[in-house]
Design a protein around this ligand. Sequence first.
Ligand code: ZN
Length: 382
Amino acid sequence: MFELTHRDGTARRGKLMTPHGVVETPVFMPVGTQGTVKAMTARDLEEVGASIILGNTYHLYLRPGDDLIARRGGLHRFMGWSRPLLTDSGGYQVFSLAARRTLGEDGVRFRSHLDGSAYELTPEKAVDIQAQLGSDIAMVLDECPGLPATEEMLRSSVELTARWASRCRTRLLELREGGVASVTHINKGQVQFGIVQGGTSSNLRQLSAERTLAVGFEGYAIGGLSVGESPEEMYRTVESTAPLLPEKQPRYLMGVGTPVDLVECVARGIDMFDCVMPTRNARNGQLFTSQGILNIKNARFAEDDSPVDPECGCYSCRHFSRAYLRHLFVAGEITASALNTLHNLYFYLDTMKGIRDAIAFGTFEKFRQSLHRTFSRRSLNP
Ligand SMILES: [Zn+2]
């Protein structure tokens, strides 16, 4: 399902084949939390060049429910998105959003953050929900320990995550081989990625990688980063963990990051990323541009007729001025969220395209330095 086509140093360019099409890597996946990337239509996402997006299992499981989505033919059809989809396992949100969690060997019991109703997420249940959503790539259920955590807590979390990974794999193989009566396996070509945990400890990352690889998955993710550690610690952890993963399989760094994080982690051999940053920051008026970060609410843009980013080809930059976008934002118009999100996603996806081209042309290092200059430069709105 994965083919490496170019290398430049440790950076890799490749193709990920899925039942809903080919994804060029390194790739950034916009986050579609509740069956939509906030403020975007599927048509907008296609226009900005999104080749794969992420769906959040926790949110969809609680509302409207995976049974309801399965009865509508799966998440692709339900949300009108025909390109590839990755779903997370729901674990991260259970550990960050849900109330009254009780963690046990079998799984995690929790109460919905929406109405307090009781649920249980087990490794098997996480696989079943994602089978019913019909994503192209499903993730195993992992435990996400809060930081700071002691070495002992992290070690027991790594061990539990490994046992859960094995149960997730067994369940997916059962679904593939004949099915489970209560589960509609929407996408027969769905693949499953394991997740390497272990905080910033290289010993625990090594242990987690060994255990996860022993189970065997179509791809591997590095989880548990971008949770408050410094960028240097994150880069160091990625640098020591990525080489432990199989060369010929895709590597996904979960929940990362800034444009500089993306280029730094591509430099360390990562192929896939997701993050709410471009979409969330857009709704707060913070825009990523070829000249650095721009805060559209700033008064200095009140009569600025230039586009947000003169070098950007997005719909917002081709049609509207900073003055207009600032007005929409200040007036609280929902169009501000839509136009700002369009721009930020275009910027992120265009940056990834630049990275892929640079890897193919052997100019990745130059691209990396140039991106650093852009984002270390004084912001347009200090
Ligand atoms: Zn733009």
